[in-house]
Design a protein around this ligand. Structure first.
Ligand code: HPA
Length: 303
């Protein structure tokens, strides 16, 4: 029974081999994308969460780069996560997509989890849409709702540290400061420009886009009713096992970032419904079109 609940490597300590330096990973990704001409410097990135990888299939002229071909990138093992970068074009704009992400519950450190995002920042993206499945703690939400993450909190263990990519600053930091200013400035990681485009797109296409606070937990188990009650009392609208480290990594590197969750199940203390990963994937597939409309609109108008 445990095998079905826990990924095979759940109790694996972070790999005993130290990860190759970030610069090696970045050089390898650059080497793969530099022959791609106009697609070699995509300004827009997208992280496709559980069951949302379908958007990757609508990328034109795709070049697929499996994570395992980049030194220092761990393979993605969670169901519904393909574990590859896809570089190409969406709505006439170059884009790089992460089809599948890494999670702390797979045994990865926060640094490993965020390395693909740091790499996208390293090759020069300036905007990032991060999508994910989440449990809805807010009783006003329904299964299938799309929710813009306008605030977040993290209960993930560990420190993310400063991003390994150069952070653009207008004034040079004093030498004694080891953490970039942008890393301290976390009050609003949701880029208002991108949020506006997303809201406009929802209105135009006639679907509801809610907003709310996302709480990141390590999983892999879903929450108990007591935990759902506590999280809701603390002000969380959504609970999920990803996204916050990626949003922090990208926004700390100066990338405009927007997080969007699909409510795949209701995490309500008094609703005796338990979530199941297969249902989560199903609901995401149904939401994929709406998410795609948002990403397309950002590709078109976000420049
Ligand atoms: N809890 C945590 N993560 C999730 C959930 C949930 O209920 N649904 C989808 N991802």
């Amino acid at each position: 029974m445990f095998e079905t609940i826990f990924p095979a490597n759940f109790d694996r300590a972070a790999s005993p081999d130290p990860a190759p330096p970030f610069s090696d990973s970045l050089a390898a990704l650059r080497e793969r994308i530099s022959p791609l001409g106009e697609f070699s410097k995509p300004p827009l990135g997208v992280v496709l969460g559980s069951g949302l990888g379908g958007l990757a299939d609508s990328i034109d002229s795709p070049t697929v780069i499996p994570y395992r071909e980049i030194p220092g990138l761990a393979a993605s093992t969670a169901a519904g996560h393909r574990g590859e970068f896809i570089v190409g074009q969406l709505a006439s704009r170059p884009i790089i997509a992460m089809a599948g992400r890494l999670h702390v519950y797979e045994g990865h450190s926060l640094q490993d989890v965020t390395r693909p995002v740091a790499l996208m920042a390293g090759i020069g993206i300036s905007q990032l849409v991060v999508s994910c499945a989440a449990g809805g703690l807010n009783p006003a939400f329904s299964v299938g709702d799309l929710v813009l993450i306008n605030e977040h909190s993290s209960w993930l263990d560990g420190k993310l540290g400063a991003p390994p990519v150069a952070v653009p600053t207008t004034t040079p930091s004093p030498p004694e400061r080891s953490v970039p200013d942008s890393f301290r400035r976390r009050l609003n990681t949701c880029a208002p420009e991108l949020a506006q485009i997303a809201q406009r797109t929802a209105r135009k296409h006639g679907f509801q886009l809610r907003h709310g606070m996302y709480l990141a937990v390590s999983g892999p188990n879903y929450e108990t009713r007591a935990e759902c009650r506590m999280m809701r009392n603390l002000g969380a609208d959504l609970v999920g096992m990803s996204t916050v480290p990626e949003i922090l990594c990208a926004s700390s590197a100066g990338v405009q970032t927007l997080g969007v969750s699909v409510v795949t199940n209701l995490a309500l203390p008094d609703a005796p419904i338990t979530a199941d990963h297969a249902d989560v994937l199903d609901v995401c597939e149904q939401a994929a079109d709406r998410l795609q409309q948002i990403v397309r609109a950002i590709a078109t108008h976000g420049a």
